[in-house]
Design a protein around this ligand. Structure first.
Ligand code: 5GP
Length: 208
């Protein structure tokens, strides 16, 4: 069985990663990893759906047990991707999405270089500022911090495989779907299967 793709959707706060992932999941059979965080739940957020909400002590314990594929401190809170579940899904051939910040994405890249790293950009910095304000969940201080970080974070774009501007969500989602179709046809992903396949079995071998 072909191992699933590890798809890392990353980019600055307010670029629209969450909205894009939600739309991607509505239209495709991907599995999205649920992170652990020390951040307090926002209104409407559900334990186990949006995040696993843990205290700092519990988070520290998970770090020591090497439970995370990656973790990072983002705006004063810790966020981490549970490793075992991600591995389990990839082994089952299921494509896995990680919606994580830039520090985390760079750490995943060191460990899983065959992942697909997609950077989500806002159409403009002004639009990004408006989106962060419109969220209404930030204090003035955290709003400024997020906006300043976004400026610096865009410098890391060269570490990614793809950049997608999130102007219209539907267009951004279509671009990501096309990227993933192309990724599944990459010779370095499928050459073993082609070389091992018998005549007439190529289709089954590639798309099992
Ligand atoms: P928020 O608090 O707005 O839900 O998320 C803040 C930032 O943390 C976002 O950029 C989000 O993508 C990122 N984030 C969420 N989960 C993880 C994770 O498991 N690891 C890392 N490195 N970042 C995460």
């Amino acid at each position: 069985m072909t191992r699933g793709l590890l798809i890392v959707i990353s980019g600055p706060s307010g670029a629209g990663k969450g909205t894009i992932c939600k739309a991607l999941l509505e239209r495709n059979d991907y599995w999205i990893s649920v992170s652990a965080t020390t951040r307090k739940p926002r209104q409407g957020e559900i334990e186990g759906i949006n995040y696993y909400f843990v205290d700092r002590e519990e988070f520290q314990k998970k770090i020591e047990l090497e439970d995370f594929l990656e973790y990072a401190e983002v705006y004063g809170n810790f966020y981490g991707t549970p490793k075992s579940k991600v591995e389990e899904m990839l082994d089952k051939g299921i494509d896995v999405i990680l919606e994580i910040d830039i520090q985390g994405a760079l750490r995943v890249k060191e460990k899983v270089s065959e992942g697909v790293f997609i950077f989500i950009l806002p159409p403009s910095m002004e639009e990004l500022r408006q989106r962060i304000i419109n969220r209404g969940s930030e204090t003035q201080e955290s709003l400024m911090t997020r906006f300043k970080s976004a400026y610096q974070e865009i410098n890391y774009i060269s570490k990614y495989n793809y950049a997608v501007v999130n102007d219209k969500v539907n267009d951004a989602v279509k671009k990501i779907e096309s990227i993933l179709v192309a990724e599944r046809c990459r010779v370095d992903r499928i050459k073993e299967k082609i070389l091992n396949s018998k005549e007439g079995l190529i289709h089954e071998q590639l798309y099992d």
